[in-house]
Design a binder for this molecule. Structure first.
Ligand code: CA
Length: 507
């Protein structure tokens, strides 16, 4: 009897230690954060991001991380399900509602003994399902004094700036969690989404800087029909009031982003932007001078907003340090997609061109990932769900379409993807034509449809800025045929029936 008791006690202790070995998981999902604005990605000429850089120093920086569909809601749905948009059903922000009854990595973790939470920006129309806790921003959320949707159906307004408030709520959940179980926390930041409204403490932090114009700022889109038709140009489409905070009269602003500020926030806002507006009026700028003025204002607001994001990533890492969680926590930082900071003359995202297709992604996993590593493998937001399950020792469901990244980092599997498949659906705001395509190590082939019916081909080795569409040019017949075949193979692999039909009709 005594021996049996001892044996049971040993088994019990073993189980606890196994449970504790499961890594905690923190996934920080920012919004529209361009890798060009992260110093670890070489963005030093724009700004310093010491906290995201800390993840690069202590973990791995993915140089070639991409998304399957470059827009907010769809990217979050891909992260949750590990499936392409045509499989998880959330194809665009304008018509889709996330079907929360489907499987997600969160539900798998929950079944595997994890406590799970999503806090901050969610933007999937329906309420989260399968989480132990959630507290989300309604829709796009607000920068100042944000409202949150609560699990009991109520709405709660919290005073403060959104990045700080989201981090406060996340830390509060961590404080109250059941420490006998491993946890998975997703922190969804609103920054750096339009309209790039910085925290009051960050107004003016880049006022002494003039940012270099990207080489492609004055792109005229020769040979690219879809690019000609877009409505996301810094010069033409940024709105003076809404985007650039240049309001006709600061005493009668109706924009809800501004009117919800409290008196102290509003006084700082007015004190910063009013003199800029007065100066702009006095200068009477037109043409290129006005376009470049808009670019500088856009960059100052965007980067100041990013500063708060980076600072709060630092708070998350400090919390883990302070509570002795760092060594047993897998941390992923990822944006929902990349973003244009004036390249091709643009703001916004959507395209399969590099700046929006590619996303910043870093991962710290002590004891597994070598500190200071960089990866040039093709990885995708599609891979986050299977990677996290792999780390947690939970079987990856067969219908997840992503692949765990861990074997690429631990040397178990030397070869990653040769090519990536992309499909963008939204046919509305910013007038970007739906398209799908393939990127290989050297080439990119894109098929536009609906708004524009066109093919584009790029040799990324000779033309990294994607300025010269080679489709139909003499000498490229062989590579085009080969890429089409590879594209067809990926469409089959991922079972994208819409694309299959479109491809068959365009032969
Ligand atoms: Ca986004």
């Amino acid at each position: 009897m005594k021996h049996l008791f001892l044996l049971l006690a040993l088994i019990f202790c073993f189980q606890i230690s196994v449970a504790q070995q499961k890594p905690n998981i923190v996934i920080i999902v920012s919004d529209d954060h361009a890798y060009q604005a992260i110093s670890a990605y070489g963005g030093n000429k724009l700004m310093q991001t010491p906290n995201i850089d800390r993840l690069a120093k202590e973990g791995v920086l993915f140089n070639k991380a991409y998304v399957t569909n470059s827009i907010c809601g769809p990217s979050r749905a891909v992260i949750l399900t590990g499936k392409y948009s045509h499989k998880n059903g959330f194809k665009d922000n304008e018509t889709s509602n996330f079907d929360g009854s489907q499987n997600t990595f969160i539900k798998e973790l929950g079944a595997g003994g994890y406590q799970t939470a999503w806090i901050g920006k969610w933007h999937l129309q329906t309420q989260p399902q399968g989480f132990d806790y959630w507290q989300i921003l309604p829709g796009q959320g607000q920068y100042y004094n944000p409202d949150f949707l609560m699990m009991d159906g109520s709405k709660k307004r919290i005073e403060g700036y959104v990045s700080n408030v989201v981090e406060d709520v996340a830390e509060n959940w961590l404080d109250k969690r059941d420490t006998s179980k491993p946890f998975c926390l997703v922190i969804g930041h609103k920054a750096t989404h339009r309209t790039w409204l910085p925290d009051t403490s960050d107004f003016g932090m880049f006022d002494d800087k003039t940012f270099p114009l990207p080489a492609t700022f004055y792109d005229i889109y020769a040979t690219r029909e879809a690019a000609k038709q877009q409505e996301m140009s810094v010069a033409k489409d940024l709105i003076m009031g809404y985007d650039l905070k240049m309001f006709p009269d600061y005493d009668s602003i109706k924009d809800g982003n501004i009117t919800r500020m409290n008196a102290a926030q509003r006084a700082k806002f007015d004190a910063y932007y009013k003199p800029i507006k007065a100066d702009l009026e006095a200068r009477n700028l037109t043409g290129q001078a006005l376009a470049e003025w808009k670019y500088q204002r856009y960059m100052k607001d965007y980067l100041s907003t990013a500063a708060s994001l980076d600072r709060n990533v630092g708070r998350t890492l400090d919390y883990l340090d302070k509570h002795n969680l760092t060594n047993n926590t897998l941390v992923i930082y990822v944006s929902d997609q990349g973003f244009y900071l004036g390249e091709h003359g643009w703001f916004d995202k959507r395209w399969m061109y590099e700046e929006s297709f590619r996303t910043p992604m870093l991962m710290r996993y002590p004891g597994v990932v070598k500190p200071g590593a960089t990866s040039d493998d093709f990885v995708m937001n599609l891979d986050i769900a299977p990677t996290v399950l792999d780390a947690a020792g939970i079987t990856i469901p067969k219908d997840m379409q992503g692949e765990s990244i861990l074997p690429l980092l631990t040397g178990k599997k030397a070869k990653g993807r040769d090519a990536m498949y992309y499909h963008y659906y939204e046919n509305g705001e910013h007038a970007v034509s739906p398209h799908f395509g393939i990127k290989t190590k050297r080439y990119k082939l894109i098929r536009f449809y609906k708004r524009v019916n066109d093919w584009e081909l790029y040799d990324l080795q000779k033309d990294p800025n994607e300025m010269h569409n080679l489709y139909g040019k003499k000498g490229y017949e062989k590579i085009t045929a080969s890429l089409k075949k590879q594209l067809e193979g990926l469409i089959d692999k991922y079972e994208d029936e819409d694309a299959k039909r479109l491809l068959a009709n365009s032969k």
